[in-house]
Design a protein around this ligand. Structure first.
Ligand SMILES: C[S@@+](CC[C@H](N)C(=O)[O-])C[C@H]1O[C@@H](n2cnc3c(N)ncnc32)[C@H](O)[C@@H]1O
Length: 363
């Protein structure tokens, strides 16, 4: 069997601003951003020596949002950060700096939509930075705050072994490590370890000493099986839908067996280990938050539909690149019907501490 490596450069969110676009269907991610607002504000006010940082940088304060997508969530996030930095500086009676914001995402991201919807109030200068955040994307010792929301659970690629027929981690007939063999879980965990290691190395180069790295991403309590989560139920259903479609001859067995979603939810303990291994940061905050009841109790059919529209806008291109765009709607229509029939199971899934927030300070 041909080895298939899905690299993340093939994963842009749905571009434009049409009804199926990411910009119109990113309210799940927006909840993450709103939830983080208070924590980020507190962090900036209490832990950042903004006065010293701007005095060493020609009165320019530099912020980077990594994995910004097409907006608008990134704009809310950047505005909140700028307001918190201004509050911090007012308290230390410093002059107002100029702000420069780097918007980073993969090169295939729809930067046109991002920049055409950029707020034009002149509160900051904006720069687009195409490239993977698993590499070095910004000048050395140049940024004061790096933030990334709902992005670093995307791995740089599908772990190689899960698509290798001769490996114990071959993930036949499944699309994720949820409900999969322990070797598959390990392969994903190892891939995350390598990726987060590179991510931290790159940020250590780019942040100035005293600068902050703020991350909001999917997380999970240590030891909890992913299959306990609503997303776990979704991935199992996705695999079932693909197998049904294979039996109808709409897609091939090889396509099903080589399709895996490169998303991983780490525990705070795993991230702490990787940060300590890197050695360039102090941990200012590391916690799992409750992403709130984004699926209401009791759930209705519309909740499931909305959930699937968001997932399609976020993951659609993965399916298109692998199966072709002619089957995308059918996959998601079938998946929606299947999940509507599983609302009770989804309601009783674990939904509490699934959002990881961590903040690091560059030593
Ligand atoms: C779910 S979106 C979140 C976007 C935005 N931060 C928000 O909260 O709405 C994840 C984004 O991360 C980007 N991304 C994933 N992996 C990346 C990588 N290695 N380098 C840069 N961007 C990446 C994706 O292209 C996508 O735009």
């Amino acid at each position: 069997m041909k080895k298939v490596e899905i690299v993340l450069s093939s994963l842009p969110m749905s571009g434009g601003d049409g009804p199926n676009s990411y910009s119109k269907n990113s309210h799940l991610q927006r909840r993450t951003t709103s939830l983080l607002k208070e924590a980020i504000d507190k962090l900036i006010i209490e832990k950042l020596d903004a006065k010293t940082l701007i005095s060493g940088s020609n009165n320019t304060f530099r912020i980077a949002d990594l994995g910004c997508a097409t907006g608008p969530n990134t704009f809310f996030l950047v505005d909140d950060i700028i307001r918190s930095v201004e509050t911090n500086l007012r308290r230390s009676k410093s002059t107002k700096p100029e702000f420069l914001v780097y918007f980073n995402d993969l090169p295939e991201n729809d930067f046109n939509t991002l920049f055409t919807s950029l707020p034009r109030d002149g509160s900051y200068f904006a720069v687009g930075v195409p490239g993977s955040f698993y590499g070095h994307v910004l000048p050395r010792s140049s940024v004061h705050i790096v933030v990334t929301v709902a992005a670093t659970h995307w791995l740089s690629s599908v772990p190689k072994d899960v698509v290798d027929k001769s490996s114990k981690a071959w993930n036949k007939g499944k699309v994720h490590y949820s409900n999969a063999a322990k070797e598959v879980v390990k392969a994903y965990e190892n891939q995350f370890g390598r990726d987060m290691g590179k991510f931290l190395e790159a940020r250590a180069k780019e942040l100035v000493s005293g600068g902050l790295l703020v991350v909001g991403m999917c997380g999970i309590p240590k030891g909890m099986p992913f299959s306990n989560l609503a997303d776990g139920i979704m991935y199992t259903s996705m695999a079932e839908v693909l197998i049904q479609m294979q039996s109808k001859g709409l897609i091939t067995e090889e396509q099903v067996d080589t399709f895996n979603i490169p998303i991983y939810s780490p525990s705070p303990e795993e991230v702490t280990f990787l940060v300590e291994k890197n050695g360039c940061f102090t941990i200012e905050s590391m916690e799992l938050m409750n992403p709130a009841a984004w699926l209401k109790r009791p759930m209705n059919v519309e909740d499931v539909r909305q959930w699937m529209v968001c997932i399609k806008a976020t993951m659609g291109s993965l399916f298109i690149n692998h199966f072709g765009d002619h089957v995308l709607d059918e996959i998601f229509d079938r998946l929606t019907v299947k999940l509507v029939g599983l609302t009770e199971k989804i309601e009783s899934s674990y939904r509490e501490k699934l959002m990881m927030f961590f903040a690091l300070k560059r030593k």
